[in-house]
Design a protein around this ligand. Structure first.
Ligand code: AP5
Ligand code: MG
Length: 225
């Protein structure tokens, strides 16, 4: 079977996590969220988590030596053999090079970089209203755009919903600045490699999902030819 080795690019709040969960179900690929993996390390109080916490709370990128090994190891896991949805990695050129090298070493290559584009003002509205499940952070809601059936409670497992610590307005501004400065250059990087696919993330989540799913179905067909 052809592999679908995918990365999701886009500013904070673009909907990377929201779309990755839907695509995970469509294509049966593991959703590898760099942010969720780091937050799990922070909660568990590991050495890696302790190193990452201050950067995350400030909305800065954690150092490459903290993140690269963790993600590259995960991509090599058995469940990612037929492909993966990498959400939030790579976030700078060094990380993109490291991923490319690692895949090459496994005799694999990236299928596409999916860019979800959303303007800065919309990012602030989305993150200020975001709520995530305390039990499973891939269960994501929005107080206005995607409210749970019962306020403050996860539809899927009944656990409490909370705000992410880095969703305070000032931290959101920092994260946006970091995105434009350090991560946005990857748009050109993947465009040059012929891997970039752009999606209008300002549409509603169902529409964005339909567009990405259709593009991936076409890509998969092309890979088989
Ligand atoms: P990370 O967790 O990756 O955060 P992020 O990139 O800032 O992205 P978010 O998770 O905030 O947004 P999202 O695009 O997933 O949007 P979501 O689907 O939730 O990283 C956090 C931190 O970890 C970083 O700041 C850094 O410190 C560190 N880190 C992580 N990776 C790193 C790396 N590679 N290198 C170094 N450091 C790293 O949606 C947002 C909201 O909008 C939700 O409420 C949702 O319901 C709503 N929504 C989604 N889609 C739509 C839509 N189409 N219309 C309306 N509402 C929508
Ligand atoms: Mg996310």
């Amino acid at each position: 079977m052809s592999e679908l080795n995918l990365i999701l690019l886009g500013p904070p709040g673009a909907g990377k996590g929201t779309q990755a969960e839907r695509l995970r179900e469509d294509f049966g690929l593991p959703h590898i969220s760099a942010g969720d993996m780091l937050r799990a390390q922070v909660s568990a109080g590991t050495e890696l988590g302790l190193k990452a916490k201050g950067y995350m709370d400030a909305g800065k990128l954690v150092p490459d030596e903290v993140i690269i090994g963790m993600i590259i190891d995960r991509v090599g896991d058995e469940d990612a053999r037929d492909g993966f949805l990498l959400d939030g990695f790579p976030r700078n050129e060094e990380q993109a090079d490291a991923l490319g090298q690692a895949l090459k070493g496994l005799d694999r290559r990236l299928t596409a970089a999916l860019l979800i584009e959303v303007p800065d003002e919309e990012v602030v509205r989305r993150l200020a209203g975001r709520r995530v499940c305390v039990k499973n952070p891939t269960h994501i809601y929005h107080v206005e755009f995607d409210p749970p059936k019962h306020e403050g409670v996860c539809d899927q497992d009944g656990a409490r919903l909370q705000q992410r610590k880095d969703d305070a307005e000032e931290t959101i501004r920092n994260r946006l600045a970091v995105y434009h400065e350090q991560t946005e250059p990857l748009v050109d990087y993947y465009e040059r490699l012929g891997l970039l696919r752009r999606f209008d993330g300002s549409r509603n989540a169902d529409e964005v999902h339909r567009h990405i799913r259709a593009a991936l179905a076409t890509l998969r067909l092309e890979e088989k030819l």
